[in-house]
Design a protein around this ligand. Sequence first.
Ligand code: FEO
Length: 172
Amino acid sequence: MISDKIIKAMNDQIRKEFYSSYLYLSMASYLHSKGFDGMGGWMRAQAMEEAIHAMKFFDHLIERGGDVELQPIEQPPAEWKSPLEAFRGALDHERMITGTINDLYKMASDENDYASRTMLQWFIDEQIEEETNAEKNVRMLEIAGESGQALLMIDKDLGVRMMPLVPSVKEV
Ligand code: FEO
């Protein structure tokens, strides 16, 4: 049995994950507009991954008999001062999301909801990777500074990221 409190918190998390997807898509659009197609592609892949995260909560609620209630998604910013500022924004956002996942895990623990806790463990592990990748990107861009050559090398490097495979409902 999943509690109303966890159902509500997971519905909020669905909105946050879709907002993440929107935010990264907006960053992708900004980066493409500045000619950084590799970085834009990286953000685009990240946007798809966030939609998959939202769907993991969506499926968990359905499997547990909780009602999914989709909420409006806020408009993300559209402009950043530089690629570095966009990637710093991504890092700040991931740190915020880690906090919301930890809060959810604590809620599931307090309620002895072991099924939610197991599902949330995947997200705790995932957030370590998300933050590590975001920190790495920020660090590379800080080192590159204003060097066009270094920025183009990073752009090429990030452009090799593959789009995530969208799992079917059964595989989630
Ligand atoms: Fe769904 Fe990047 O956290």
